[in-house]
Design a protein around this ligand. Structure first.
Ligand code: GAP
Length: 489
């Protein structure tokens, strides 16, 4: 587990070769911390986001108590703007607190995150120092805010400064009242959002793991404070199980509770879901998702103003005149329970996942090298992406064995019928063995081959990606066959 640089190198090269992930702006030398998803990558990432949305939001049954849940709950979605009123970030704490400690080299101008330096010495190998010097001359650590700045409107002055959101969560909090007022949801319920976030990371690294532009899949779950511990426990387990259900092996995945000193000033508990990515040192895990008990911090801040910790409680931060330093909206975010006649600010449990880190974990997990028998029974090595069928970019490839005897026409007819349901691929060029191998590398679960027998009995060969075993299935049954396989995984 972990520390498999060779595997990582092979995966990165496959992702480029097959069109999963490209370096952004590659033709101009690239730009650090930005990535493009190619034709297969966009399908994989979209399937991950769609599966998350389906499993967490639209497929959620709010009339039943889910296993492990304290009660029934509803889920709704939102899609909020990337740029919001700058006061949002002042009140949320991001304006003052969302920073990393930065260390510069006075000689070569290289920048490092202070927490990435184990000693006060330069972590680079002497051979990679620009300018040929051998030891960096490091400054003392200083604060560096991670939010990207921009300007709204024609004037370029402090009053027009705005920020690209560093998380999608705040868009949900500021719409809490809108959702309550426009839907029939009652507490407990969750609001989900998928969207881009931006952080000007000092040292983007490890492929797409730490990027400057990335996508988040976040849920803000609102509940009664007395039930919040039960909901926190529920979401920790629920989210962990989601990854294992889609094929991440449990020994490479772990749920790690934060030590008290790691907790944010508002958090009453946080657990990270972590994966042993191959680029990490042996035994180390990287965060895929954080599940946080945020108390009433966010709703209360947007109501009253930016909060700070005072002893064991949170209070509105004030200026010299005793006024809120960053005032809230004044909007009443309290929830009124018409059964109990109680009015209160709900607590929030937040499962916050990264779509890019999730995509990367599924790719790392899926990459396999094995050997299968060729047409003469000799073992042939291959690379295969064993992606869960729900996530696979292409669900099936339709392949006429040869480009004559009417096989392409029959295959194209099947292709058109399947295309109405899924992303399928048609390929008639090259030897059948090479076409299979290509689909194995793309993670396609099924290859459907039209051969001589198809013309007489209307069946095709279904070749299974993981085992390379083949069976015959009637053309009329193909849609039902693939449907069952996609559900079952
Ligand atoms: N709203 C809470 C929040 O944003 P976070 O732990 O800072 O919490 C949540 O981010 C998730 O977003 C992380 O678990 C990770 O998957 C993803 N993420 C954060 N920073 C990232 C980056 N620079 N590149 C890629 N993904 C990132």
């Amino acid at each position: 587990m972990g520390n498999d640089k060779e595997l990582m190198g092979k995966l990165v090269s496959l992702c480029k070769r097959r069109g999963f992930i490209f370096q952004s702006s590659e033709i101009y030398g690239g730009i650090g911390g930005f990535w493009d998803y190619g034709p297969l990558g966009v399908e994989l990432k979209r399937n991950i986001k769609d599966t998350w949305w389906r499993d967490m939001v639209t497929g959620h049954d709010d009339t039943l108590v889910a296993p492990g849940a304290p009660a029934c709950y509803a889920m709704v979605g939102l899609d909020t703007s990337i740029i919001v009123h700058p006061q949002v970030w002042k009140v949320s704490g991001h304006y003052d607190l969302f920073h990393d400690m930065l260390v510069d080299c006075r000689t070569c101008k290289a920048r490092f995150r202070a927490d990435h330096l184990e000693t006060s010495e330069c972590p680079r190998k002497p051979s990679v120092h620009p300018g040929g010097h051998t030891e960096c001359d490091l400054t003392a650590p200083r604060e560096f805010n991670l939010m990207f700045k921009t300007h709204v409107g024609a004037l370029y002055d402090p009053a027009s400064t705005a920020y690209l959101r560093p998380e999608t969560a705040q868009g949900i909090f500021i719409n809490f009242r809108n959702v309550l007022d426009t839907t029939r949801v009652k507490l407990p319920f969750g609001i989900a959002q998928i969207g881009k976030s931006f952080r000007n990371e000092i040292t983007p690294r490890n492929y797409t793991f730490r990027s400057r532009e990335f996508e988040q899949m976040e849920i803000e779950f609102f509940c009664h404070p007395d039930q919040s511990e039960g909901w926190y426990a529920y979401w920790r387990e629920r989210r962990f199980a989601w990854y294992t259900s889609l094929g991440l092996q449990s020994e490479k995945l772990r749920l790690r509770d934060h030590d008290p000193h790691e907790l944010s000033h508002y958090s009453r508990g946080t657990a990270d879901i972590e994966y042993a990515y191959p680029f990490l040192p042996e035994g180390e895990f990287g965060e895929l998702e954080g599940v946080a008990h945020r108390g009433d911090f966010d709703l209360r801040s947007h109501m009253e103003g930016k909060l700070v910790r005072q002893g064991d409680r949170l209070a509105v931060e004030t200026d010299e005149e005793g006024k809120p330093r960053y005032p809230g909206s004044g909007k009443d975010f309290r929830y009124f329970d018409d059964q109990t006649r109680e009015r209160y600010i709900p607590c929030v449990v937040e499962p916050s996942a990264g779509a890019d880190r999730t995509t990367l974990a599924f790719l790392c997990e899926a990459y396999t090298e094995d050997a299968i028998p060729d047409s003469q029974g000799r073992l042939e090595s291959r690379v295969v992406l064993r992606l869960h069928p729900r996530l696979a970019p292409v669900k099936a490839a339709v392949l006429p064995l040869v480009r004559r005897e009417g096989m392409p026409e029959v295959a194209q007819d099947i292709y058109r019928k399947l295309k109405r349901h899924w992303h399928v691929f048609y390929d008639e060029r090259g030897s059948i063995g090479r076409r299979y191998r290509r689909q194995d590398e793309s993670g396609t679960p099924f290859c459907l081959t039209v051969d001589g027998q198809t013309l007489s009995d209307d069946t095709v060969t279904v070749r299974h990606r993981d085992t390379a075993l083949q069976e015959r299935v009637a053309v009329a049954d193909l849609i039902a066959y693939i449907e069952v396989a996609l559900e079952g995984g």
